[in-house]
Design a protein around this ligand. Sequence first.
Ligand SMILES: [Zn+2]
Length: 274
Amino acid sequence: MGNHRAERGSRRSTSAAGPVAGKRRAATPQRTLIPRALPSAPLIAGVAVLAVSAGGAVSAADAGSQRTSDGVLRAAGAISSAAGTEALSRREAVVSRDSHREAADEAADAELVALAEKQAAAHQARLDAIRQAAEKQAAKIKENKWVLPMSSYSLTATFGEYGLWASYHTGLDFNGDSGDPIMAVANGTITSTGYDGSYGNKTVLTLDDGTEIWFCHQTSIHVSVGERVNGGDVIGTVGTTGNVTGSHLHLEVRPGGGGPVNPFDAFVEHGIVP
Ligand SMILES: [Zn+2]
């Protein structure tokens, strides 16, 4: 029994020792593997770092060749290479500018002077054109500007009034004394003179733009048909001929020889308030 026990025990022990030894044996290579594995990871990393740092160009070339398989990365590479070329050409430009600075400066100066002269001439030509246009416009304004038909007067009846007239008052009345001079309101030609019913002695001055000015109730007429007159020229005198209640100049404005318009507005349009 004891033997059996011993045997059992020994067997048990051996059987027990077996697994223990087996465990130890199994544990031993595990323990040896762990220390090997732990330093091996930094070692591999170190080798990788060394490989990259040692042959940067090579690794970069490798990376480049790998990237060329990718379309997007290749495009990026193309851009970076284009930028590199541009930078290089800039550098070359700077270098050439430095080496030929004096010659380039002289050429640039001459070019700038020529350009400035050309621009100044063009500017002057533009100014001349503007001045000429302004003078032409000023002359036109002066030509179109009217003057008052009498030097002293008061307005006694305005355009469109109803009263003494058959329909309405077709002109503007400048009250004055008989014999007061009447002046042409602008440049033009005398196209009619003579007695005209209720208008009395009437002179028609046709301005250069075709507008007729009628001067009525005159005592005397100082111009004749076809005569050329300028604004301010005396063409006759104030009177009482025709239908009047007192001495005055009845003045009418008829654009294009048509119907009468408000003389007051016509004067204002031509630069003067009667
Ligand atoms: Zn009148």
